[in-house]
Ligand binder design. Structure first.
Ligand code: FMN
Length: 171
């Protein structure tokens, strides 16, 4: 899919058919995620691939019971890593850049998934501690976003956005 077409096509999908995502597609998505820019090219994040149904259900539960998530056959969870860039950037790196690194990587993953004809939704509404526990996160890692990944059960319409003139302003 051409880039602008991909950006236009991406929508949040909240129900998926029970069809596996190929390993090749998962690896392609992960590859694209890792091509995202990161502060100092340090990639202060970790991506966890969640496949087991039980783990998907626990994470859906921990995401304020957004149980629709579990219909996706696989999740990609993005965690910031406070440790990796601290030596170079101090607290700005560990507290701020690491979250941006994880966020941008996830945004790239979302677009890559769309380009492959897959559906995703950005899940940021969750209980931090419960999600960290379910992901067996290290103490220096913070879950930033979970992307359920699968084939959507219906074609969703794109949503309206704020007027560009209100969103982007001249200095
Ligand atoms: C930071 C952030 C947190 C979000 N958290 C959730 C969430 O927990 N559950 C959910 O269903 N959608 C979540 N979304 C998806 C938004 O609701 C969605 O992107 C927005 O309504 C625009 O719709 P679209 O993605 O179809 O364009 C989140 C999106 C962002 C960027």
């Amino acid at each position: 899919m051409e880039f602008f077409e991909t950006v236009e096509a991406r929508v949040s999908d909240r129900e998926y058919v029970p069809k596996a995502v190929s390993e090749k597609d998962i690896q392609k998505i992960l590859h694209c995620a890792c091509l995202a820019p990161s502060a100092g090219n340090i990639q202060s994040y970790r991506i966890i691939i969640v496949r087991k149904k039980k783990d998907r259900e626990i994470l859906a539960q921990a995401s304020h019971k957004q149980m629709f998530m579990a219909s996706a056959p696989v999740y990609l969870a993005f965690l910031s890593d406070k440790r990796r860039n601290k030596p170079k950037y101090g607290s700005r790196g560990s507290e701020f850049f690491s979250i941006q690194d994880a966020t941008i990587a996830a945004a790239y993953a979302q677009l890559a998934a769309t380009a492959l004809g897959l559906g995703t939704v950005w899940i940021g509404g969750f209980d931090d501690a419960a999600v960290a526990k379910a992901l067996r996160a290290k103490k220096y890692e913070r879950p930033v976003v979970i992307l359920p990944l699968g084939y959507p059960s219906e074609e969703m319409e794109g949503h309206e956005r704020r007027k560009l003139c209100n969103t982007a302003t001249e200095l």
